[in-house]
Design a protein around this ligand. Structure first.
Ligand SMILES: CC(C)(COP(=O)(O)OP(=O)(O)OC[C@H]1O[C@@H](n2cnc3c(N)ncnc32)[C@H](O)[C@@H]1OP(=O)(O)O)[C@@H](O)C(=O)NCCC(=O)NCCS
Length: 129
């Protein structure tokens, strides 16, 4: 099994400026993410962590998916009832991941004051030895 990791760090203050543009929000986020983050006291922090998760997922994959016609909203976070986040992907991306031998992944998010971060671990068939 091959294990790859990806991480990303977002400055929440700068990210808040991007969130003022509705086109940006609509293009980047899945409705599930908007619905989860909207009622939160600090909505921007959770959205910033989700943006970091999309970037971290792409880094773990390492094949430049956003340059290959996959949209940011095709990768999204869902939270279990206990709060644990999971990365979900569109059918189109799932097919691409299958063809690349990706078998699974996990994500962890954190946000505090000015920064939000995400780490993704991705599992694929094969061996990197
Ligand atoms: C859940 C917990 C780990 C969050 O840590 P925190 O330092 O308060 O906050 P952070 O900014 O670092 O992390 C927040 C993110 O943790 C993630 N998270 C929440 N519950 C989680 C869980 N059960 N397992 C993994 N990740 C979790 C979420 O993604 C959350 O961000 P989101 O609401 O925007 O999705 C912390 O409140 C805690 O330890 N709670 C009690 C014990 C517990 O349930 N632990 C589970 C993890 S071992």
């Amino acid at each position: 099994m091959i294990i790859n990791i990806g991480c990303d760090l977002v400055n929440i203050v700068r990210f808040k400026k991007s969130l003022q543009n509705k086109k940006f929000t609509d293009r980047i986020f899945h409705q599930t993410e908007i619905d989860y983050c909207k009622p939160k006291k600090d909505e921007a922090s959770s959205l910033a962590a989700r943006f970091a998760a999309k970037e971290a997922f792409a880094k773990a994959l390492g094949s430049g998916i956003f340059a290959q016609g996959i949209g940011f909203s095709e990768i999204w976070i869902e939270n279990a009832p206990n709060g644990k986040p999971t990365v979900r992907v569109s059918k189109k991306l799932e097919t691409q991941l299958d063809s690349q031998g990706v078998t699974g992944w996990d994500v962890s998010l954190s946000h505090h004051v000015d920064y939000a971060m995400a780490t993704v671990v991705m599992y694929s068939k094969g061996s990197n030895k």
